[in-house]
Ligand binder design. Structure first.
Ligand SMILES: N[C@@H](CCC(=O)N[C@@H](CS)C(=O)NCC(=O)O)C(=O)O
Length: 205
């Protein structure tokens, strides 16, 4: 298998953390330079018409895009440690939280960064600073919600580490580009959780 990836981008990082948590080895990495527009070249568009990384290329030539789909595939091949849930109820709860943190926190942070950070202007084409500020407020509101949740439990989706922790952590890591810090926002539970996840070997880039 080959992973078409971009080292510092948040969705490839989610897949890398997932792979590291599972201890999967033997996947070749093919680095795609997003800032140079390599993903917009014709040869990459043939791999993923959505022109995004990550893409997992299987040995039979199948191209799997979408972080959640890639993660599901890898979990099917390597069930342990389980990151997506075992029982129907647990699977649903983990997916619920994973979607909440991706759509609520991750998308807001993505657009905040992409519409305000000078280095990402090349990807966005045109940046809208007002839109970035609206997304900043959304991200902060979601972070406050997570802080309340994490005051009562150790992980995003419950009592054990799951994909939802990976998704939320990678989003918060990306937010360092706009200097969002849970501690500076007074979000102590979120900061404690973030520091605990950062200490996992899978979080080291
Ligand atoms: N829904 C996709 C999103 C992938 C995505 O947004 N990838 C970003 C890097 S984190 C990308 O390739 N961006 C290229 C661009 O915006 O031009 C997934 O879950 O994998």
């Amino acid at each position: 298998m080959k992973l078409h990836t971009a080292a510092r981008a948040p969705n490839p990082r989610r897949v890398e953390m997932f792979i590291a948590e599972k201890g999967i080895t033997g996947i070749e990495r093919i680095e795609v330079d997003l800032l140079k527009g390599e993903h917009r070249r014709e040869e990459f568009q043939r791999l993923n018409p959505a022109v995004q990384v990550p893409v997992l290329e299987l040995d039979d030539g199948t191209m799997l895009a979408e972080t959640r789909a890639i993660s599901g595939y890898l979990e099917s091949l390597h069930p342990e440690p389980n990151l997506l849930g075992r029982t129907p109820r647990e699977r649903a709860e983990i997916e619920m939280w994973d979607r909440r943190v991706e759509l609520g926190l991750g998308f807001a942070i993505r657009d905040w960064v992409r519409h305000s950070h000078p280095a990402l202007a090349v990807l966005e084409g045109r940046q809208f600073p007002d839109y970035a500020q609206v997304q900043a407020a959304r991200a902060r509101a979601h972070a406050r919600w997570l802080d309340q949740e994490l005051a009562g439990r150790p992980f995003i989706a419950g009592t054990r580490f799951t994909i939802a922790d990976i998704t939320a952590f990678c989003a918060l890591e990306f937010a360092r580009l706009v200097k969002l810090s849970p501690a500076a926002e007074g979000l102590q539970a979120l900061q404690r959780w973030r520091d605990a996840i950062a200490a996992r070997p899978s979080a080291v880039t």
